[in-house]
Write a protein that binds this ligand. Structure first.
Ligand code: ADP
Ligand code: ASP
Ligand code: MG
Length: 405
């Protein structure tokens, strides 16, 4: 018996039958004597559909109004689940983000949770209700509806679990745990019974969308016990653990990929102090995140500079750099959004050499060209052509001995 937060993702609530299954699962947890708070995503495809609809009205939808629109996806499922539970004679109550006191900053479309009040949730639990909260949404100090960024209902769940000091937070999704690589891309991927928050943070930031990055940050900071499980079976899932795992660990623990990248090159840039600041100043002013940067020196006091940005910021970044190029006298600016970033990740890499060499030779064997490279203590990433991303994941998975027997 305890307080359990259960989050169900888009595929888990994709249609009425699945919502009924979710209701049964929630009811079972409640019948076992637990207090239950449920966090829901929108039905699979609905958020994409709403964005599409907004783009039919205008190419640049107002960000505040877009959040008002996007939040309706989760409002729908929260109401549908609550009415289903009530029809089964369970005391349920749905709450929107603002009613659950999910307070955020005002960055529409990518808001950060600042605080979760949860007073109303606690009162409803005291009266033995099952509380169903619309995920992905919150409210800023002015009372505007905000959304937390794509995939953000994981973060709603973990943040609410943290505020309630829940005994556990279960993330139910369409795979039965966290794997060494996306199991939908690499059929030899292995399910992990546990993973450290440190590694999961890296995996999430490098493309493993099974958990929203900020949900892992919350789990780490507030010591929330998080489990990732399937909503379609009873399999044990993967437990997120705080701190180092066992001493005996593989050097590489996972492979990820992300197609959400684009690169921009400035050709023949004058090689002088202050040039990098001129190139990246406008990008940073526009709140665009730059990830990898490489600079090659040419003869004659000139250099080529290439960097990557998120794909959805590509056009904006390219336009900004065209202006910069004129100001600094660079010869040309061009870019490519047909790329992907493939990464090998492992806390064990800290104490091992040779990981990079093994990665490069495995990719070379399959004729996969490496366009850019970046490294940190616990990961190495390579940019490759987008069409080779999945192949690269599989090749690296095998090369680092991660394949299931
Ligand atoms: P939900 O709608 O339930 O939030 P998501 O689609 O956001 O589900 O996340 C689940 C998906 O994450 C899986 O279907 C899988 O394709 C993908 N995924 C990527 N990397 C991994 C990984 N390492 N382990 C498990 N799933 C992964
Ligand atoms: N419905 C939102 C999305 O599709 C949030 C989520 O599913 O976590 O991104
Ligand atoms: Mg998700």
């Amino acid at each position: 018996m305890g307080l359990i937060v259960q989050k169900f993702g888009g595929t888990s609530v994709a249609n009425p039958d699945r919502i009924r299954n979710v209701a049964k699962r929630v009811a079972r947890t409640y019948d076992a004597g637990n207090d239950v708070v449920v966090i829901l995503s929108a039905m699979a495809g609905v958020t994409d559909g709403l964005i599409h609809l907004a783009n039919k009205m205008t190419e640049t939808p107002d960000r505040r109004e877009l959040d008002v629109l996007l939040a309706t996806g989760e409002q729908t499922t929260a109401a549908l689940l609550s009415m289903t539970l009530k029809s089964m004679n369970y005391p349920a109550r749905s709450l929107l983000g603002f009613q659950a006191e999910v307070k955020t900053d005002c960055a529409f479309g990518n808001a950060r949770i600042v605080e979760v009040g949860a007073g109303q949730i606690k009162n409803l639990l005291t009266d033995h209700n099952i509380v169903v909260v619309a995920g992905f949404q919150g409210c800023d100090t002015e009372g505007n509806i905000t959304t937390l960024g794509r995939g953000g209902s994981d973060t709603s769940a973990v943040a609410i679990a943290a505020a309630l000091k829940a005994d556990k937070c279960e993330i139910f999704t369409d795979v039965d745990g966290i794997y060494t690589a996306d199991p939908n891309v690499c059929n030899k991927a292995k399910k992990l019974s546990k993973i450290s928050c440190e590694e999961m943070l890296e995996m999430a930031s490098l493309g493993a969308k099974v958990l929203h990055l900020r949900s892992v940050e919350f789990a780490l900071k507030h010591h929330v016990p998080v489990y990732v499980r399937s909503s379609f079976n009873e399999e044990e899932g993967t437990m997120l653990i705080n701190g180092e795992q066992d001493m005996e660990r593989p050097v590489v623990s996972g492979i990820t990929y992300s197609k959400n990248e684009a690169r921009i090159t400035l050709k023949k840039v004058p090689d002088q102090p202050g040039i990098a600041a001129k190139i990246f100043g406008p990008i940073s002013d526009a709140n665009i995140n730059v990830d990898m940067i490489i600079q090659n020196t040419r003869a004659g006091g000139q250099t080529d500079l290439t960097f990557t940005v998120p794909k959805n910021e590509y056009q904006k970044a390219l336009d900004l750099e065209r202006e910069v190029a004129q100001q600094i006298g660079a010869e040309d600016v061009f870019g490519d959004d047909n790329i992907a970033k493939v990464s090998v990740i492992g806390v064990g890499m800290k104490s091992h050499s040779g990981v990079a060499a093994r990665m490069f030779s495995a990719l070379a064997k399959e004729n996969i060209n490496i366009i850019m490279i970046s490294t940190s203590e616990i990961r190495i990433s390579c940019v490759v052509e987008q069409r080779q991303a999945e192949l690269a994941v599989r090749v690296l998975h095998t090369a680092f001995g991660l394949d299931r027997e």
